[in-house]
Design a protein around this ligand. Structure first.
Ligand SMILES: Nc1ncnc2c1ncn2[C@@H]1O[C@H](COP(=O)(O)OP(=O)(O)OP(=O)(O)O)[C@@H](O)[C@H]1O
Ligand SMILES: [Mg+2]
Length: 255
């Protein structure tokens, strides 16, 4: 589904990602972990086109064909089927919960500008479908009762779920979640784990997720990549990674 090939991202003298390689298979949930500043979000930013890597390539294969997406714009990448959420939540805070999800549909609109301005029947039909889909997604993330509230009025955990619903509205094949459990209490975190597994099945997703909550990473990931100072230091299933000496040192330091 996704191949990150020998990718380096430098910001001036800072090497945020250093010859990083990853392969994510269709249907996997892959975790990306590592200490603060390790370069995790940078990898997501490169994959989603926020930054063009200094070196290396990003290859996306939602179907059989491989497509090099290095250097494409974020909207082009989203249209191909990669969507993300952000570490620092980015919602349209003054808009309603429903509108935030509704906006996610715009990538898939088929009607042209004229039919939407003139509100022709084709557009109205599509609009109605988008509305129904948005409400369905809100039901999925358990926010239907709050759909008319302003996004800013939601507590943190719900804002994170709303961001996921908006991402789902773009109909991604690959979903990138940057610390989805950040700011959630233990109960919300447990629910989130079940929820991520559910949406993966229902929407036939492949998921790449960054997370500091170890119970989430260890509980739902098929495979984990460990990053330290921009370099991949370990890769394997949860049990393997937890017992890897380099991983323990990266987190706890060397005595
Ligand atoms: N736009 C930028 N300009 C300059 N330096 C940047 C930029 N983005 C990231 N960096 C630097 O790259 C390094 C990796 O940052 P990144 O945000 O990717 O880490 P992270 O693993 O996501 O950390 P955290 O767990 O704290 O979110 C850091 O040293 C950071 O300061
Ligand atoms: Mg980060």
């Amino acid at each position: 589904m996704l191949k990150i090939d020998n990718m380096t991202m430098k910001f001036g003298g800072v090497v945020a990602a250093n010859k990083f390689n990853a392969n994510i298979e269709k249907g996997e949930i892959v975790g990306l972990i590592g200490p603060n500043g390790a370069g995790k979000t940078t990898i997501f930013n490169v994959v989603t086109g926020v930054y063009k890597p200094t070196e290396g390539d990003i290859i996306f294969s939602p179907n059989e064909e491989e497509q090099i997406i290095t250097g494409l714009r974020p909207d082009e990448i989203a249209k191909l089927g990669i969507c993300r959420t952000f570490q620092n939540i980015r919602l349209f805070k003054q808009l309603s919960v429903l509108d935030n999800v509704f906006i996610g549909n715009h990538l898939r609109i088929k009607s042209n500008v004229f039919s939407s301005i003139l509100r022709l029947p084709t557009y109205r039909k599509e609009e109605k479908e988008m509305l129904e889909k948005s409400i369905y997604l809100l039901e999925k993330v358990d926010l239907k009762d709050e759909m008319d509230e302003k996004a800013y009025s939601l507590p943190y955990g719900k804002q994170r779920r709303l961001e996921i619903a908006r991402a789902l509205a773009t109909e991604p094949k690959l979903l990138l979640l940057d610390e989805p459990a950040a700011g959630m209490n233990p109960q919300e975190t447990r629910e989130l784990m079940g929820f991520i597994k559910d949406i993966k099945e229902e929407f036939d997703l492949t998921i790449f997720l960054i997370e500091h909550h170890m119970e989430v990473v260890m509980g739902i990931c098929d495979r984990i990549l460990v990053l330290d100072h921009g370099t991949l230091i370990a890769e394997g299933d949860p049990e393997y990674v937890q017992n890897d000496q380099r991983v323990v040192e990266a987190y706890l330091g060397v005595e």
